[in-house]
Design a protein around this ligand. Structure first.
Ligand SMILES: Nc1ncnc2c1ncn2[C@@H]1O[C@H](COP(=O)(O)OP(=O)(O)O)[C@@H](O)[C@H]1O
Ligand SMILES: [Mg+2]
Length: 319
């Protein structure tokens, strides 16, 4: 079968960390033809979605022998061809945030793909509807106390009530812009002003969970079902657990409380075409639903001797 991945520039991908690379590798192992493209290489011609794409071959020895040699490329790509995306069996939209206007335009182009021929994962409509921070609030019963606001007084009142809170920009990822709000902090007002662009842009304010120091659990869901988990533990010098800021990965099980969250969420994710999703759970509380390009499967594969890349590809090509 033919699979296409819409990605960030290939040279920026981390072969031993990115879930996208794990899926590309699994696709090749399963005998599929793999193509890559970027959002700025998409177009609509005669009512169909097209992309300038290159075929990619990954170098199996790079992964099997865990080689990380400098100047040793983990992939080879062919010259670029303009191809109609209806000829692909699956198109994986795996572009990292920000979900800006260019990202949104790309989702409109992907809307033109014929769903009878091709599965787009995640669905362009779902990607437009699900802000990674706000989507979770549809399940606020599983979340810590949380508001979304740009109003300084409302934010102050919240911090007053909970003493300590976490501020999250609505478009952030990988720990970017996440700040602790502390009533005693002399910079509190400035932090609120800067983060809300002087009261013009809403942010998420969430009760600070002390359990965060024991880890932020990433649970991967495929078609609404949990398929694996990994815990990310902050270094101690840094309160954020994200791998991108040095969080240590640790083997993790999914407990009954977390299964319950997945069960409730899973139904809605399926309805919204959000087939490959990573949720974040801290101390049993849902904090985020990652839909754009969730990571974690490389780490789960290593810790649990799984091959989630293959599970995802096998599921996607069987739809
Ligand atoms: N309510 C919270 N209390 C304490 N720490 C938190 C809370 N929410 C998030 N964090 C920390 O901040 C990190 C990033 O938060 P998250 O909401 O997952 O945003 P993103 O991963 O998109 O940057 C988490 O890994 C966790 O360590
Ligand atoms: Mg997160």
């Amino acid at each position: 079968m033919k699979l296409a991945f819409i990605i960030d520039p290939i040279s920026k991908l981390e072969p031993n960390h990115d879930s996208t690379v794990a899926m590309i590798e699994a696709s090749q192992d399963l005998g599929h033809e793999v193509w890559i493209t970027e959002i700025n290489k998409l177009s609509i011609i005669k009512g169909k979605a097209w992309a300038k794409m290159s075929q990619i071959k990954v170098n199996p020895t790079f992964f099997r022998e865990k080689q990380k040699l400098k100047n040793y490329s983990w992939y080879e790509i062919s010259s670029i061809e303009l191809i109609c995306l209806d000829t692909m069996n699956v198109v994986f939209m795996r572009k990292d945030p920000p979900v800006n206007i260019r990202y949104l335009y790309a989702t409109y182009i992907l809307d033109m793909i014929n769903p009878m021929n091709t599965l787009v994962l995640n669905s362009p409509r779902g990607l437009r509807e699900a802000n990674e921070k706000i989507y979770a609030l549809q399940f606020h019963q599983f979340m810590p106390a949380t508001i979304v606001s740009k109003d300084k007084e409302a934010i102050h009142n919240f911090v007053d009530t909970y003493k300590m809170a976490v501020l999250k920009p609505l478009g952030g990822k990988a720990g970017e812009g996440i700040l602790i709000l502390d009533l005693k902090d002399p910079n509190l007002n400035s932090i609120i002003e800067i983060s809300t662009y002087q009261g013009q842009e809403p942010v998420m304010i969430q009760q600070f969970l002390p359990e965060a120091r024991y880890g932020d659990k990433r649970i991967i869901l495929l078609n609404g079902e949990p398929i694996g988990a990994v815990n990310r533990v902050p270094t101690g010098k840094e309160f954020r657990g994200n791998m991108a800021v040095g969080g240590r990965v640790e083997k993790a099980k999914i407990n009954s409380q977390e299964y319950n969250i997945c069960k409730t969420l899973g139904e809605k994710l399926r309805q919204d075409g959000l087939y490959f999703v990573g949720i974040d759970v801290i101390g049993g509380y849902l904090t985020e639903v990652n839909v754009t390009s969730p990571t974690g499967i490389r780490e789960i594969n290593n810790l649990d001797q799984k091959n989630l890349g293959q599970e995802v590809i096998e599921w996607a090509v069987s739809q």
